[in-house]
Design a binder for this molecule. Structure first.
Ligand code: ATP
Ligand code: MG
Length: 173
């Protein structure tokens, strides 16, 4: 079993979730066991990659379905959904059953206080030595950056949204 590190994909530019998705495809191709936990996502607009990834051997996907873009949920509802999802996945991660764990939007979860920062940091500190942990989302808290072995800060030099081009199927979702 090889060593697992902490990776953070953050910043205002596009490419955080897609980078993590590419990495998990690569990992599956090497027969690693992968857990993808999607925070702050609405079930009503599933992103395209899920249609192809769901059911792949070696991959488990868990979605915390409250707090996505069109959700307009109260912070309290988001907090509860995040807490329930975290309580479910935390023991699974700590049990060491996965080689790669992607916590999508976890930086936002911690940065916005949807989960106490200490809970998130504790998971980072206690993760099994052979589990690679990938955290995505804008505005990663400094404490997360400090614990990471790899940090990719994706800048937004340009984005078609600024030209009025709205989200496109298969590209943005
Ligand atoms: P992607 O899923 O495309 O890799 P991301 O994970 O880096 O994007 P998020 O912060 O999760 O970006 O943003 C969610 C949505 O907003 C996605 O549809 C993404 O393509 C889009 N997006 C990302 N960056 C920008 C930006 N700078 N301006 C406008 N829309 C953006
Ligand atoms: Mg994303």
């Amino acid at each position: 079993m090889q060593q697992g590190l902490i990776q953070v994909y953050t910043g205002p530019g596009k490419g955080k979730t897609t980078a993590a998705t590419g990495l998990l495809v690569r990992a599956l191709g090497q027969e690693l066991k992968v857990l993808l936990v999607r925070f702050l996502k609405s079930e009503s607009l599933p992103s395209g990659e899920l249609n192809i990834l769901q059911g792949l051997p070696g991959l488990e996907i868990i979605t915390a379905g409250v707090g996505g873009v069109e959700g307009r949920k109260r912070p309290e509802q988001i907090r509860q959904n995040v807490a329930e999802t975290f309580a479910m996945v935390r023991p699974k991660i700590l049990a060491g059953d996965y080689d790669l764990v992607v916590l999508d939007e976890f930086n936002v979860v911690l940065g916005n206080g949807y989960l106490p920062l200490t809970d998130g940091l504790e998971l980072l500190d206690q993760r099994p030595a052979t589990t690679e942990l990938v955290l995505t989302g804008r505005n990663a808290p400094q404490e997360v950056i400090e614990r990471a072995d790899l940090v990719s800060m994706i800048q937004a030099e340009k984005h078609p949204f600024e030209q009025g081009i709205l989200a496109r199927a298969g590209i943005e979702y």
